[in-house]
Design a protein. Structure first.
Length: 480
């Protein structure tokens, strides 16, 4: 063998070894592959079907009462049943066949079918039943009856997740089964309030999420579920949102046992506070949750919580804002005690409130007390420097004119300067009800004048169509 041939063979062998070594190293250094291999068998595709009725005729008024008057039940002869289909994702959380997904995937459907990927690459389908759902967190648990043990995904700790961590999403986007995408956690504690979504604790990720991914798992580099893929912004790229898995861990037991999440109910509505509100209501700092409304007969009302109270502590934990307060109450079980520290007009007070159970459509009414004392026009102009040119004590005539609840009391705004900031910036309108000024109840113009004093700005708690809100108004310079 000549020297040249030997060198050529040596070089060829070296290249082969380097190539093989590089391929092997690439396999063992890529953490995504083993995660996908372990997790994909526990990720399922969910197909749903809802039967809708559509008209067979060109007439769009088959539900019109006149149409029904003439045709009666025979109008059904002019309609047909049409199956409406959808799809989503989910993942197995117990060997007995419990599957976690999004509520919006399976809510109000007539048929649920789950496809499970088997180790040999084939699929098996099972009919599924809804065990429980929770619109608040957009979560649901469905169940299949498997004929063999199923692989299960381990639930991680979403509170421990940090922004920038690598994540893997597996799901069924647009019907493309077992699609894998990767990215990072872009942000935590994101709020989305649109259409049917009203949630304040989303994880944001740039891992590609599309329609059909809903209900699928978002995994960390240990292959544990840290969130449930839920929402996208259609016009954006790289912006997906997922419900932290710790929320699911809080309620899954209730969903399976009761069909819904059992949450503590305090019976109040709250809002954030700012520097001006804190000053008006005697709160040190700008943290806390202000009580806007106390529902009659509910736990907070029974223990003496009042409108205008500012909650600064719950069960030994400081309250940052209204959102944090609501989240903390949601984690408490019915019949447990909420230890509240509140500030009422500068004075710190403590309450122990035994919680009720939150209903899906909880509502409440205020105390049926009212006043019918008329007010004179001159006294009714006491807030004109703030753009509210005329107010009046509530009476039966004004209740009827402005559709004011019979249980509400305060001062009715009967005239607003349309050129004032109160009108075009703050949105104050005729018929709005003033409940408090600078944290003081006001039922007469004289009380309003005293509460406002000669302040350059005032904080008003108001009510419109039964819903309370709070604004701050600056005194206008009327000398020009």
């Amino acid at each position: 063998m000549t020297k040249k041939i030997f060198m050529a063979l040596t070089l060829t062998l070296a290249l082969i070894l380097v190539s093989a070594a590089g391929s092997f190293a690439g396999s063992i250094n890529n953490p995504i592959v083993p995660i996908v291999k372990r997790a994909s068998l526990a990720v399922v595709n969910i197909d749903v079907e809802k039967i809708a009725r559509r008209s067979r005729t060109p007439f769009p008024f088959d539900d019109d009462p006149i149409f029904k008057h003439f045709f009666g039940d025979s109008f059904k002869d002019f309609t047909r049943s049409v199956p409406m289909k959808g799809m989503g994702s989910g993942f197995i959380v117990s060997k007995e066949g419990l599957i976690l997904t999004n509520n919006h995937v399976v809510d109000k459907v007539d048929k649920i079918t789950v496809s499970v990927l088997l180790p040999d690459g084939s699929k098996k389908t099972y009919p599924a039943t809804l065990k429980g759902n929770d619109p608040t967190y957009d979560l649901a648990v469905i169940k299949i009856e498997p004929d063999t043990d199923l692989p299960v995904l381990e639930l991680g700790d979403s509170d421990a997740v940090e922004v920038g961590e690598y994540v893997v999403a597996i799901g069924n986007p647009y019907g493309f089964e077992q699609t894998v995408t990767t990215g990072v956690i872009s942000a935590k504690n994101r709020s989305i309030h649109a259409q049917d979504i009203n949630f304040d604790d989303f994880m944001q990720t740039d891992a590609a999420i599309n329609p059909g991914n809903s209900g699928g798992p978002l995994l960390n580099m240990e292959g544990k579920v840290i969130a449930i893929n839920t929402a996208i912004i259609p016009y954006a790229q790289g912006m997906g949102f997922a419900v932290p898995v710790n929320k699911a861990k809080e309620i899954m037991g209730d969903l399976v046992s009761y069909g819904h999440a059992r949450r503590g109910w305090l019976g109040v509505s709250v809002r954030d506070i700012d520097e001006e509100i804190a000053k008006a209501y005697g709160v040190k700092g700008k943290q806390g949750a202000m009580v806007l409304e106390v529902f009659k007969g509910d736990p907070a009302d029974k223990e003496g919580i009042k409108r205008g109270d500012v909650v600064i502590e719950l069960n030994g934990e400081k309250i940052k804002d209204a959102g944090a307060f609501v989240q903390k109450v949601r984690t408490l079980a019915p019949n447990t005690t909420a230890r509240l520290v509140i500030v009422r007009k500068g004075r710190e007070m403590r309450f122990n409130v035994k919680l009720g159970e939150r209903a899906n459509s909880a509502d409440g009414r205020k105390s049926p007390e009212s006043s019918s004392t008329p007010a004179g026009r001159q006294d009714g102009e006491v807030l004109k420097d703030y753009g509210i040119t005329e107010i009046s004590t509530v009476n039966d005539s004004l209740r009827k004119q402005y559709n004011i609840d019979s249980a509400s009391e305060g001062l009715v705004i009967t005239k607003v300067d349309p050129n004032s900031p109160a009108y075009y910036e703050k949105g104050v309108r005729e018929g709005d009800l003033i409940l408090e000024i600078n944290a003081l109840d006001v039922k007469t113009p004289a009380e309003a004048k005293k509460a406002a004093g000669n302040s350059d700005s005032i904080v008003l708690m108001m009510e419109r169509k039964g819903s309370p809100f709070i604004i701050r108004l600056e005194k206008q310079d009327n000398s020009k």
